[in-house]
Design a protein. Structure first.
Length: 253
């Protein structure tokens, strides 16, 4: 199966890797992102929109444009997320908590809210929401992020229940630690919070997996493309970790 896929935070990182995986399978691509420069650097054949996924009016407008241009959407990858603060829970400011939840949880909710009517009307579709292994095990010093990533799992399972009768599937991907600039920032902040070196934190993440490795963006992209394909036609309501199998979510190094 190929079709029309909309990917939030699709201009760089994991989202860009998702778009590239779908493109290799012949899908039409629409990426939404806040980063204008990254949007401009995307392949010219991709549709693109600069959107704040936590702004309902902006998300509603985006799906209106998708409907006008494409007539519908076959797959949604609700991938937008931010790291949020790295601090002990008593040191986290409420506004920082709210900002993290707004993007990671409310952004996924809004994307699903406006994708669902289009998919129901056409009698089918697939939704993939990006959570994290932090949404399975918890994440010390990252309370807002972990809370939001747990919450999107409940959201997605509910979507699978509500939308299954309309031929719409919904699944969650939980990436482990993904190589790239965003994770580098996490490593540096976590090292400072824990009084460790960046390399010690990096090695701790890697050694906490059965396969002793970080994940690459393409690993996530290929799983998203599979979950939205006919090969996964009866896969719904599932939470799939792509992490080399986390055996110790908070290794002490």
């Amino acid at each position: 199966m190929s079709g029309r896929v909309l990917i939030t935070a699709g201009a760089s990182g994991v989202g860009r890797a998702m778009a590239e995986s779908f493109a290799r399978d012949g899908w039409q691509i629409w990426i939404a992102d806040m980063d204008a420069a990254a949007l401009d650097a995307a392949p010219s054949s991709w549709m693109r929109s600069q959107v704040d996924v936590s702004n309902e009016a902006a998300v509603k407008t985006l799906f209106g444009e998708v409907l006008e241009v494409w007539g519908g959407v076959d797959a949604l990858c609700a991938n937008a997320g931010i790291a949020g603060p790295t601090a002990a829970v008593e040191e986290i400011k409420l506004q920082d908590w709210q900002a993290c939840v707004a993007v990671n949880l409310e952004g996924a909710f809004l994307a699903a809210k406006y994708a669902a009517p289009l998919m129901k009307a056409q009698g089918g579709g697939a939704i993939v929401v990006t959570s994290s292994t932090a949404g399975q095990y918890g994440y010390p010093y990252r309370a807002p992020y972990a809370a939001a990533k747990w919450a999107v799992i409940g959201l997605t399972k509910t979507l699978a229940m509500e939308l299954g009768a309309y031929g719409v599937r919904a699944n969650v991907i939980c990436p482990g630690a993904v190589e790239g600039p965003r994770m580098e920032g996490v490593l540096e902040r976590e090292a400072a919070a824990k009084g460790m070196t960046r390399d010690a934190v990096y090695n701790g993440y890697a050694s906490g997996t059965a396969m002793g490795s970080f994940v690459e963006g393409r690993d996530i992209g290929e799983m998203a493309a599979f979950l939205c394909s006919d090969k996964a036609r009866l896969v719904s309501g599932q939470v799939i970790a792509v992490d080399g199998f986390t055996v110790n979510p908070d290794p002490k190094v």
